[in-house]
Design a protein around this ligand. Sequence first.
Ligand code: PLP
Length: 413
Amino acid sequence: MVVGHGLDQSSQQYDDLPDAHGRFGRFGGRYVPEGLMAALIELNSAYEQARADTEFTGELTELLRMRAGRPTLLHQVPRFATHLGVPGVKVYLKREDTAHTGSHKINNALGQALLAKRMGKRRVVAETGAGQHGVAVATVCAMLELACTIYMGADDMERQRPNVVRMRLLGAEVRAVAAGNRRLKEAISESVRDWVAHVDTTHYLFGTAAGPAPYPRIVRDFQTVIGVEARAQILAAEGRLPDHVLACVGGGSNAIGTFHPFAADPGVRLLGVEAAGHGVETGAHAASLSAGSPGEMDGSFSYLLQDDDGQIAATHSVAAGLDYPGAGPELSHLKEIGRVQFAAATDSLALRGLQVLAHSEGIIAALESAHAVGYLMHLAEQGELAADSVVLLCLSGRGDKDLDIAAQRLGVD
Ligand SMILES: *Cc1c(COP(=O)(O)O)cnc(C)c1O
């Protein structure tokens, strides 16, 4: 069984990206004020050294194994596959929901926390929206003896009470951000401000494969462990590569981590599933790659949702983790060169996916992951899934956090 860290086994073709300016094609880069530039450059050179150091990568591999539960399982879900109604289709789930803290987020949190220690930083700051990234960061900080401050929009704190309690139990200080819309965007701004003010002692542990360089690359590398494991596991199980690989897309970290090791395999169709919310045509959605346009946000040039004046649009998704108006630069590039296709699943399609997977297989997926599950059902219904095809789907997280919404929307209360 493969246990790795994903850092040295990526496909050749895309190893060259990003370029020296942190760009993936025309996307990415560093659109930040001068005060932040030095911190990003320091982080970049520390990371370049770390990724080439077998002591670092060996320690990360061991932590992923012992403390995060890697490798996660890859297995078939035959009853769910039967439900798709396409003869001979095989569906494999990559079970990131079984990783410690219940999602793929721990992969990146562990990698960056170890990097912070290596840089001699004793404190970590992070933003969180729904609280899932904050919980993963608080967890690894407890594990690795790092002080931890989490910024969270005041409204998000109200809505995600259990995660606030979790973070505090884990020893993190959770600071409410009352500015602006009191959501993720403001929490990111406060984290950056804190980082710049305390850069000698503090690392900013960004949560998805977006933001200014070098974050998109660092987060992608740490999440690539998903795809590296899955590729070896499916080759062992099937003796061949899958026809379709699906993952949900918020900022893009579980998707790029799953896709990257397959990017140089032309026979593998890569499909990112975004949140269509109430429907892309209603405007209440978060489908930045499917329905947005390139622009500048959070220090990077990539696909995002903006109005005609370049103002960032309001988003909606039933899944808090997909409710982000942008997506990372590498996925933006892979869209532009046609290597990854993007589609969007509505709230109700995701809820249907959650329900069917739970009933048929005993797995309660996170609402985020359920977007990919629902979209696979949609593909089958549209006749777009050939007989005997092999599908790999990244189940990014577990649904414990979503029980209230599921109870309400699926009438199981
Ligand atoms: C945060 C989260 C996502 C979305 O983030 P990405 O960076 O796009 O992966 C997806 N699924 C789960 C379970 C999450 O917690």
